[in-house]
Write a protein that binds this ligand. Structure first.
Ligand SMILES: Cc1cc2nc3c(=O)[nH]c(=O)nc-3n(C[C@H](O)[C@H](O)[C@H](O)COP(=O)(O)O)c2cc1C
Length: 185
């Protein structure tokens, strides 16, 4: 399948379920991108008034040497500019039983940290209790990307939970999923 943006004459898309257009419908783009499964993270930081954070799906590891990770954040985010002010952040990789936490940190205008135990990294960023893994980073670069910003972080400290058989929180087609759903009965 080929989908060409901007020059449909070079497209060879055919058949059902394929789409080509110089202006891709937003809902179609979202639903197509939703077929890419991912984990879920909470990006945290610390500010004068205390801990801050938001739910983020768009995390991935970028480079081993130097150790770099990345996420993209909506330009409308209230939390990210405050994280940028401090120059550092922590990525918390969520476990299967942290679905409520993911929803809590996706809600604006609420006390996202109500009832959430956490401990600080060396830089003072919150590690959320129960996370499968965490990466504490300094901001390495930030790139403009349409309605989002792509943020690159240099990892300076990291850790994992003692769990020997970790069960991650997954996200696919707009829904939370679990690895064990895929296991034969
Ligand atoms: C499952 C899930 C994944 C999300 N992934 C992202 C993401 O990758 N980038 C982003 O900017 N917002 C993402 N969001 C939305 C933010 O968490 C949400 O807009 C949050 O309210 C932003 O908080 P803020 O305005 O305090 O920064 C996601 C939300 C959910 C529920």
């Amino acid at each position: 399948m080929t989908t060409t943006i901007g020059n449909p004459s070079q497209s060879h898309s055919q058949g059902q379920g394929h789409s080509q257009s110089s202006s891709i419908d937003h809902d179609l783009f979202r639903s197509t991108a939703g077929r890419y499964a991912s984990g879920i993270t909470i990006i945290t930081g610390h500010h004068d008034q205390g801990p801050i954070g938001f739910t983020c799906q768009s995390f991935y590891s970028v480079s081993v040497n130097p150790p770099l990770v990345s996420f993209s954040v909506m330009k409308t985010s209230i939390t990210y500019p405050r994280i940028r002010d401090t120059g550092s952040f922590t990525v918390n990789v969520l476990a299967r039983n942290q679905e409520a936490l993911s929803n809590q940190f996706a809600r604006r205008g609420t006390d996202k940290w109500a009832g959430i135990p956490w401990s600080p990294t060396t830089q003072g960023n919150p590690i959320v209790e129960g996370s499968l893994a965490w990466f504490d980073c300094t901001i390495w670069a930030e790139h403009d990307a349409g309605d989002h910003l792509i943020v690159l972080g240099r990892v300076i400290e990291l850790g994992t939970s003692p769990d020997r058989d970790p069960d991650p929180l997954l996200y696919f087609q707009g829904q939370y999923r679990a690895l064990h759903e895929l296991d034969p009965a």
